[in-house]
Design a binder for this molecule. Structure first.
Ligand code: SAM
Length: 325
């Protein structure tokens, strides 16, 4: 099925589905939130597991994902209470409250399959350096500033920090300087302009062999535009609050920054490590002294060789799971 005019098949194979279902440990009648519905692949499989009489809230900030998931879950409405809701992690608590009242401590399972979907990557929102497209990069196209706006308004220093911290880019300084030089002459509004800038800033001898030279820059700007790391913190805090004792939290991440955040949150909520520096003081989860999670995956689980062969995107997937104490 193609949604929203893109060429991609939105209903891609859900990543690490068997491992997710195993660790979510669902039963008929269970209550679950899928915080990243995407094309509805994980949600549909969850809906089957919790039937009959389960409750599934499938959330996403992207309207195309909401359309795709609504369609995908139609078959499950007769057997379960299914709600597909457009919201982001930061507003998910209020959204869930508005449709279901106070569900604190009631969930059997919560799932996060983080990052961008293949549909989003396949365009035409400027997530990919492989085609010439407008530099938007917003998952939610109704809110926030586009990547082009960010490149226009951020200071050179901010750009440097975004590229260094969210892209781990060695040439962050040179790329930030080129962006600032270029935007004096013209607005940087297309992916091809950004690719040119990166190519001109990174010496050819240092171009990576195994990936496109602009990969890190695109990742960094996408993370900044969508405030992805901040959202993960808020989403995990909310999920932990909503789970009932024994309820399962499963998180799949696709790059080391995400995975590090998830790992730190798990350790901190399990009472095994200090909260990460800069962790929001408004965090709703008791820290360190009162463990609220038991970690079920000592090391992150990786996709099987068969899955990676069938779906290269699964190569970087890292799955962590925990149970509410
Ligand atoms: C990898 S895809 C999920 C794919 C899905 N599990 C499936 O089976 O089709 C990630 C989804 O999470 C959504 N997303 C990412 N960050 C979000 C956030 N902070 N709030 C809400 N949705 C988010 C994206 O819009 C995207 O649709």
């Amino acid at each position: 099925m193609t949604v929203g005019g893109g060429s991609a098949d939105y209903v891609h194979r859900p990543v690490m589905l068997a491992e997710c279902l195993d660790l979510l440990n669902l039963h008929a009648g269970a209550h679950v939130v899928d915080f990243t519905a995407g094309g509805g692949g994980h949600s549909a499989a969850i809906a089957e597991k919790i039937a009959p009489s389960g409750t599934l809230f499938a959330l996403d900030r992207d309207e195309d994902a909401i359309a795709a998931t609504s369609q995908r879950l139609r078959a499950h409405i007769a057997t379960n209470d299914v709600r597909v809701l457009r919201t982001d992690f930061a507003h998910a608590g209020a959204t869930l409250h508005s449709v279901a009242g106070d569900i604190t401590g009631t969930l059997d399972g919560a799932l996060f399959d983080l990052g961008v979907s293949s549909y989003q990557l396949d365009g035409p929102r400027g997530f990919s350096f492989l085609r010439d497209e407008p530099l938007d990069m917003r998952m939610d196209r109704t809110a926030g500033r586009t990547a082009a706006d960010l490149l226009e308004t951020a200071s050179g220093d901010e750009l440097f920090r975004i590229l260094r911290d969210f892209g781990d880019e060695r040439f962050a300084g040179a790329i930030a300087r080129r962006i600032v030089e270029r935007r004096v002459r013209e607005r940087i509004s297309s992916t091809s302009q950004l690719v040119d800038i990166v190519k001109s800033a990174v010496p050819k001898a240092a171009w990576p062999k195994d990936k496109h030279v602009a990969t890190r820059t695109f990742q960094a700007i996408r993370i900044a535009v969508n405030e992805e790391l901040q959202h993960i913190e808020e989403g995990l805090n909310l999920a932990i609050n909503l789970l009932k004792p024994g309820g399962r939290l499963v998180v799949i991440s696709f790059h080391s920054l995400e995975d590090r955040l998830v790992k730190q949150k798990f350790l901190s909520a399990a009472g095994r490590a200090p909260s990460p520096p800069g962790w929001s003081p408004a965090a709703m989860v008791p820290r360190n002294d009162v463990p609220v999670l038991e970690i079920l995956t000592r090391k992150p689980v990786e996709a099987s060789a068969e899955e990676v062969a069938a779906n290269p995107r699964a190569r970087s997937a890292r799955l962590r799971a925990a149970a509410k104490v």
